[in-house]
Design a protein around this ligand. Structure first.
Ligand code: F6R
Length: 248
C-alpha cells in the first residue's frame, strides 16, 4: 500500500486528479469507479479544469458509482445520480450511455444488485476505483458489522447515518432508510484503488486502515489485502495518528 501525505485538501485533490490523468492517458477506455460525498469534490473540480484546458478526455471512459439511496427519484436533489451530474458529468465529455449507478428505485432490488455486478464484469471490471472513507471506516455504504457482504447489496442505514443525512432533506420522512452499495468484493476486485481522506476526524479510520490488522469493524482495513492501493491523506491526519502513537 502506497501512502502519500500531502499538505491539505487541495493538494490531495491535485494528486488524485494526476493519477486519474495518467491512467486515462494510458488507457482512454478506462473503467472508473467513483464516489460521492465531500471528499472527491475537489478531485472532480481539478479534473474538470484539466478537461477544460484539453489535458484530459473522458469520451471513451465508463463510470460506475459506488452507491445510491433507495426510494429517491434519480432527479431528486439529494440523489447520488444528481450529485454526479452536478459535480462532474455535466462539465466533462463522458458519454452518458457509459455512466452507471445502482437504481435504488428498482422494484426487485436483489435483481438490480445482480444486474449491476454483471454489468461491471461485462465491462471488464473496474480499472481505477476512487474511495472516500467514513469516520467509522466505512467504504461505500459497507458499515462496520460482524459480517460484510461481497457483492452489490441493499443496506439498511444506521440511525446515526439517517440523522446525519436529515440535514439535507426538508422533512425527516424524506430521508432514505436504505441504500444500494457495491460490496467489499466488488470494491476489492478493482484493479487499482485510490482512497482519499482529509481532516483529523478521519484519523481513527485511517489508523485502522494502516494497522496491519484486518477487521470487519473497519471495512476499509480490508484494502490491506489489495495489491495496488494508494492512500492519500493530509498532514492533519498524519499528525493526529503520530500523536496517538507517541502517547501510546
Ligand atoms: C460515497 C461513499 C461514502 C463516502 C464516505 C465519506 O459514495 O460511498 O463511503 O465516501 O461516507 O464521505 P465524505 O467524503 O462526505 O466525508
Amino acid at each position: 500500500m502506497r501512502v502519500l501525505v500531502v499538505e491539505n485538501y487541495e493538494e490531495m485533490s491535485r494528486e488524485a486528479a494526476s493519477l486519474f490523468q495518467i491512467r486515462i492517458e494510458e488507457k482512454p477506455g478506462l473503467v472508473l469507479g467513483l464516489a460521492t460525498g465531500s471528499t472527491p469534490i475537489g478531485t472532480y473540480k481539478e479534473l474538470i479544469n484539466r478537461y477544460q484546458v484539453g489535458k484530459i478526455r473522458f469520451q471513451q471512459a465508463s463510470v460506475f458509482n459506488l452507491d445510491e439511496y433507495c426510494g429517491l427519484d434519480k432527479n431528486h436533489e439529494q440523489s447520488y445520480a444528481r450529485f454526479m451530474e452536478e459535480n462532474f458529468f455535466r462539465s466533462i465529455d463522458v458519454d452518458r450511455k457509459n455512466t452507471f449507478i445502482p437504481n435504488g428505485n428498482a422494484k426487485d432490488r436483489q435483481a438490480e444488485c445482480e444486474r449491476y455486478d454483471t454489468l461491471i464484469r461485462e465491462r471488464g471490471g473496474i480499472d481505477l476505483q476512487l474511495l472516500g472513507i467514513g469516520e467509522n471506516g466505512h467504504i461505500g455504504f459497507n458499515e462496520p458489522n460482524d459480517l460484510l457482504s461481497a457483492g452489490t447489496h441493499q443496506v439498511e442505514l444506521e440511525q446515526g447515518t439517517i440523522e446525519a443525512n436529515s440535514r439535507f432533506f426538508v422533512t425527516r420522512e424524506e430521508v432514505p432508510k436504505s441504500a444500494l452499495t457495491m460490496g467489499m468484493g466488488t470494491i476489492l476486485k478493482a484493479k487499482e484503488i485510490v482512497l482519499l481522506a482529509s481532516g483529523a476526524k478521519k484519523a481513527d479510520a485511517i489508523q485502522g486502515l494502516l494497522s496491519g490488522k484486518i477487521s470487519t469493524k473497519n471495512p476499509a482495513s480490508f484494502l490491506q489485502l489489495h495489491p495496488r492501493v494508494t492512500v492519500i491523506i493530509d498532514r492533519e491526519i498524519a499528525d493526529a495518528i503520530k500523536l496517538k502513537q507517541d502517547v501510546a
